[in-house]
Design a protein around this ligand. Structure first.
Ligand SMILES: NC(=O)N[C@@H](CC(=O)O)C(=O)O
Ligand SMILES: [Zn+2]
Ligand SMILES: [Zn+2]
Length: 420
């Protein structure tokens, strides 16, 4: 089967016919081709998310590997990395292989498995990092996300363990003493007025500072999840200038949404780390533009309505992200002229694929490469409706907002996984 994307625009602005056959981009058209008129459409390499919560096993009422894969394909993704905080936790080779199997069976995006750093995410004892890496799931990224790995010695050991196979430790940077369980709002005038526990920026930046120094001492790779503060960005910039092997991600919601969303106590907007003030939003946008922040990652965190319908302090933290990630990056970064299409492709495809070591993903749109790509209509705008989601959950923070709605079609190895 041959598909021709006629007259499509590449990220560098050139127009061409992209031909896909047998899962690859090829040079010639051949016969029997299915032709798509792509006038006005842009082709991006398939988006890659290094931070996705699928809730299988354990909370299949809120998301499964299949439903999350569907949401991902609709968002233009061809690969997602599944976080380990499921029930049970992904902390053994066998459990990692199980998720890997589910991802293949769903078949809509490549599902890379993230293994836990510590057994049961308890922060006490290392999980079987080596065995997970040598398993069929070939885990290279490890994270206790949802919890910060507070024990510095355990962090050091984890960095040492993954060094031989160039793995990466992804940290949820939140000092649990500075920002404890009751912390659910950016610390400031507003948290006081709303009576919500404050979460100071230093709770993030202090852990990042510790971790980049550990990564430097060990010579291993650390990845900072969901950077949300100007202070965190400053530490990462300093570490990169020293040559520390650190990478960082920002979420769509931290690029767009601020503390103002909290005034109605709508628990949809409760998330870890919390939504921040304008100066922090500006800092993460600037850092994403200049490359201090390497990637956009969704932190797609589906939750049941009954887990959100509580007093703000008691509601589960987290919000959906897969379907509107590209929309938000267009709105906050591309349309205002802060980045162009090539940088967008770097931050949402090439670089995240490199961080998670996903072969075949994040590749250039060139002959001989796997045909993983997304077709984008940059001019389309829609009012987001949480009911029209492919996710099983409805905690969509963009509900009712007018946003770009760019994804026309997604292809995984030449096969259409989503079409508007
Ligand atoms: N981001 C969140 O607020 N919640 C995440 C966990 C996490 O990313 O820390 C979840 O699993 O629900
Ligand atoms: Zn986290
Ligand atoms: Zn997360």
């Amino acid at each position: 089967m041959t598909t021709v994307l006629r007259s499509v625009t590449l990220p560098d602005g050139t127009r061409t016919d992209l031909v896909m056959r047998d899962g690859l981009i090829v040079d010639d058209a051949g016969s029997g081709a299915d032709v798509l008129d792509c006038d006005g459409l842009i082709a991006l390499p398939g988006l890659v998310d290094v931070h996705t919560h699928l809730r299988e096993p354990g909370r299949e009422d809120t998301e499964t590997v299949l439903s999350g894969s569907r949401a991902a394909a609709r968002g233009g993704f061809t690969a997602v990395c599944a976080m380990a905080n499921t029930t049970p936790v992904t902390d053994t080779a066998e459990k990692a292989e199980h998720i890997d199997d589910l991802g293949r069976r769903a078949g809509l995006v490549d599902v890379a498995v993230i293994g836990a750093i510590s057994k049961g995410l308890a922060g006490q004892e290392l999980a079987e990092l080596g065995l997970m890496n040598r398993s069929a799931a070939r885990v290279t990224m490890f994270s206790d996300d949802g919890f910060c790995l507070m024990n510095a010695q355990l962090m050091r050991r984890a960095l040492e363990w993954v060094k031989p196979f160039d793995g990466v430790i992804a940290q949820h940077s939140q000092d649990s003493n500075l920002a404890g369980p009751g912390a659910c709002c950016h610390e400031g005038e507003l948290s006081g007025r709303l009576g919500l526990g404050g979460w100071p920026p230093v709770a993030e930046s202090a852990i990042i500072a510790r971790d980049v120094q550990l990564a430097e001492a060990v010579g291993s790779r650390v990845h900072v999840c969901h950077v949300s503060t100007a202070e965190g960005v400053d530490v990462i910039r300093w570490a990169k200038a020293r040559g520390v092997r650190v990478t960082a991600e920002v979420t769509p919601h931290h690029l767009l949404l601020g503390t103002g969303e909290l005034v109605g106590y709508d628990t949809t907007f409760k998330v870890n780390p919390p939504l921040r003030t304008d100066e922090h939003i500006e800092a993460v946008r600037a850092a994403l533009a200049d490359g201090t922040i390497d990637a956009v990652a969704t932190d797609h965190a589906p939750h049941a309505t009954h887990d959100k319908d509580h007093a703000f302090v008691d509601a589960r933290p987290g919000m959906l992200g897969l379907e509107q990630a590209l929309s938000v990056v267009l709105e906050t970064m591309l349309n205002p002229g802060r980045i162009g299409w090539e940088t967008l492709a770097e931050r949402m495809s090439h670089t995240p694929a490199r961080i998670a070591k996903l072969g075949g993903q994040g590749r250039p749109l060139a002959a001989g490469e796997p045909a993983n790509l997304v077709l984008v209509d940059p001019s389309r705008i829609t009012t987001v409706d949480r009911e029209s989601s492919a996710s099983l959950s409805r905690n969509n923070p963009y509900h009712g907002r007018s946003l770009p709605d760019p994804v026309e079609a997604t292809f995984l190895r030449g096969r259409e996984t989503f079409r508007r």
